[in-house]
Design a protein around this ligand. Structure first.
Ligand code: PMP
Length: 285
């Protein structure tokens, strides 16, 4: 695989960064994942804008190549022959050559920019999208700036492992009695024809897929209510789903052991998945 590191395209074995890089020592880095369908990038502009916001919120410098990000994404997709898959991008505050809690002087340090691709043939037809997934609930013990897409992913990783250990696929995190989001996706329930999802705040990531799906839902005259919901409400919902750049719209068929509807993907989730994939493909770049 050919990867990108600070201005160079290299075989993955040759791409090396410092052991003092702050994303390694302090999780002082932010990231984005953009999906690729038919060799084209889905929602690229949304991901680039959110990256810029994450960098600003943490007082991190933009990498020198920021204006060339589209070109770099496209070059990697091309060099690696990706038809369906993902492009992962990470910006770290960089390395000041030693370990220190205080941020290094921006003049003394250059951000580290890394991109690589993941090949996922048939990404839009994954088996999980046909059967739906099972989720369990776990407490949300993450920090309170979940709107910033940092690489502090240890708790979400643990959440996935807890879900697997419980025979489920993913976990929904709960804080003060209400679902915040999934370990790597935004969470929704459907009651009647109403789509319910938590409102945006610093408590959740502002999903790029969420924004697009809610726009498409409203355009299709579907009712959307942005408010918090509990696990009890989710267990009694008609259907549920999650959204993310890599999973698009993924139906949820079980919450904490309670089967939703007849245990197969719901109509609203199926319809939204179809609309999202169709419309996003049309404007992919
Ligand atoms: N919430 C969390 C915690 C996530 O990690 C992700 C995906 N990275 C999402 C939501 C979904 O965001 P997006 O649609 O931009 O992929």
């Amino acid at each position: 695989r050919i990867v990108y590191l600070n201005g160079e395209y290299l075989p993955e074995e040759e791409a090396k960064i410092s052991i003092f890089d702050r994303s390694f020592l302090m999780a002082d880095g932010v990231y984005e994942v953009t999906s690729v369908l038919d060799g084209k990038l889905i929602d690229f502009d949304g991901h680039a804008k959110r990256l810029e916001r994450s960098l600003n919120e943490l007082g991190m410098q933009k990498p020198q190549a920021f204006d060339d990000l589209l070109e770099i994404h496209r070059a990697l997709v091309e060099k690696n022959g990706i038809e369906d898959g993902l492009v992962y991008l990470q910006v770290s505050r960089g390395s000041a050559g030693d370990r220190d809690f205080a941020f290094p002087d921006p003049e003394q340090v250059k951000p580290t920019l890394v991109l690589f691709t993941q090949n996922k043939p048939g990404l839009a037809d994954s088996p999980a999208s046909k059967t739906g997934i099972k989720v369990i609930s776990i407490p949300d013990i993450r920090w309170h700036r979940r709107d910033i897409k940092t690489v502090q992913l240890l708790y979400p990783s643990m959440g996935k492992m807890m879900a697997k250990a419980a025979g489920a696929d993913d976990a929904w995190m709960v804080e003060d009695g209400f679902v915040t989001e999934g370990t790597s996706n935004n969470a929704y329930i459907v009651k009647g024809n109403k789509i319910i999802t938590r409102a945006l705040s610093n408590d959740i990531l502002h999903g790029i897929t969420r924004a697009a799906v809610l726009r498409f839902a409203r355009e299709a005259q579907m009712e959307v209510e942005e408010r918090s919901f509990t696990i009890d409400e989710a267990k009694k919902a008609d259907e549920a789903f999650v959204t993310s750049a890599s999973g698009f719209v993924m139906p949820v068929v079980e919450v904490d052991g309670a089967t939703l509807g007849d245990g197969t993907p719901g109509n609203v989730a199926k319809r939204l998945r179809e609309i999202y994939l169709d419309e996003s493909r049309k404007v992919a770049i």
